[in-house]
Design a protein around this ligand. Structure first.
Ligand SMILES: Nc1nc2c(c(=O)[nH]1)N[C@H]1C(S)=C(S)[C@@H](COP(=O)(O)O)O[C@H]1N2
Ligand SMILES: [Mo]
Length: 412
């Protein structure tokens, strides 16, 4: 009997990821054997992320997840190419922004309407807000016992100037019934399995959050089109909430008469135990609560951890602090592992949910190894824990103080 040639080909979903990363359709891609990657992914000048700096740290390429090293987050507005990327599925390809449609409907909508992006621009007031987006899983890598999922360190956060229309204006145009409690989104990305009937993610926010002035349907980031990986051509942006609520590649919003029950709203996703639990506990789904407001947090963005300075010099430090409350009221730093804290200079925010710059100059009295820690306090009196806050099964909401290493050496 003739021996049949056996070859195993990659899955359709992996091929879709490869095509996306390469930035074009891979002709004959179905023939790629299992275990082989397009060679271009291994060439140095190509980090595989369209519109993104190759200085991002790639945590996962199926789906694409990449974070920003802390010292590259020093700008007041995070440059588009440095803004982190968190995908749950395969981003859409071949987008035509002139033929992009957003439909608003749902059991608590008084009508159903579909808008193209030009209509949104012309029909509603166009506004710009600086809004901080932070993934609910930012900081996950520090949890112990470890939590599964992307091992974000500190860089799943950024603050950009988002331009678009207010979600509340568009919802009002459609009409909101009195029984509305939630909105949910649907995007054009596809499930990793390749199954077209499944959503990769479909989350949302309570109606009160949707109605805030700063809750946007945005098409622009820092004065430019959204990068493809950040939701081009249209996305939701909610500052102060886990970024998972800010639906990318936005095609549909539903006005719901109950808590939205889309993909990753249920089970353990984007939920924490309603009551504190011991590390490592198994928590039943019904004892898990949806994450709403994000906790107060800060990041030292200058200098880079590991910096060396001379004892005779002062060390300038800088960074950002953010909160879902009205504002940050103080940022302090410590160089003695939290025994003493000194105040930093703190800028006012341009608007609610924008991060606030802090600065300080540090004098060291002796040469040696130091850590600089930063701790922010918001207008509700909430402050950051020094070590890891409440353990939770999925590793969300780690707002422990950021630490950097500094070496002080003798000399002028
Ligand atoms: N359609 C869609 N929207 C999405 C996601 C996604 O996978 N698909 N990821 C969410 C999550 S979990 C986060 S943290 C943010 C990340 O936004 P960014 O990639 O622009 O930084 O987008 C949210 N919106
Ligand atoms: Mo996220």
């Amino acid at each position: 009997m003739k021996k049949r040639e056996r070859r195993y080909f990659i899955k359709q979903s992996l091929l879709a990821s490869f095509s996306f990363v390469v930035g074009m359709n891979i002709v004959h891609g179905r023939n790629i054997p299992i275990g082989m990657r397009p060679i271009i992914l291994d060439e140095n000048e190509f980090n595989g992320l369209p519109g993104k700096s190759n200085l991002l740290t790639i945590l996962n390429d199926k789906p694409i997840n990449a974070e920003t090293p802390a010292h590259l987050l020093n700008d007041d507005l995070t440059p588009n190419e440095l803004f982190f990327v968190r995908n749950n599925g395969n981003p859409p390809i071949n987008i035509d922004k002139d033929n992009w449609f957003l439909t608003i409907e749902g059991e608590s909508a008084k009508s159903s309407k579909t808008y193209d992006i030009n209509t949104l621009k012309n029909k509603f007031e166009v506004v710009t807000y600086n809004l901080t987006l932070e993934c609910g899983g930012n900081g996950r890598s520090e949890f112990n016992p470890p939590a599964k999922g992307n091992q974000w360190t500190v860089g799943a956060v950024g603050c950009a100037a988002w331009t678009g229309v207010r979600l509340k204006d568009v919802l009002a145009d459609v009409g909101i019934k009195n029984d509305a409690v939630y909105i949910g989104y649907y995007g054009a990305d596809t499930h990793l399995s390749g199954d077209a009937s499944k959503e990769s993610i479909s989350r949302g926010v309570p109606i009160a959050k949707a109605m805030e002035d700063e809750s946007l349907i945005a098409w622009s980031m820092n004065g430019k089109d959204l990068p493809l990986l950040n939701g081009y051509p249209l996305r939701l942006v909610f500052g102060g909430y886990p970024a998972s609520c800010s639906g990318k590649w936005l095609e549909k919003i539903v006005i719901r008469n109950k808590v939205h029950d889309g993909q990753k709203m249920d089970g353990q996703s984007y939920r924490i135990p309603c009551e504190t639990v011991a590390p490592g506990s198994k928590v039943e789904d019904e004892d898990m609560c949806i994450i709403e407001n994000m906790p107060v947090k800060s990041l030292i963005t200058y200098p880079q951890s590991g910096a060396t300075i001379k004892l005779s010099q002062k060390l300038p430090i800088s960074g950002h602090a953010w909160t879902s409350a009205k504002e940050i009221v103080s940022v302090e730093y410590s160089i003695d592992f939290g025994m003493h804290w000194q105040k930093c200079l703190l800028n006012k925010a341009t608007n609610r949910y924008a991060w606030q710059r802090f600065n300080a100059e540090i004098n060291f009295q002796k040469s040696g190894y130091y850590e600089v820690w930063a701790r922010a306090t918001d207008s509700l009196g909430n402050t950051q824990p020094i070590i890891l806050p409440g353990w939770n099964p999925k590793g969300y909401l780690n707002n422990a103080c950021h630490r950097i290493a500094v070496k002080v050496v003798d000399g002028e």
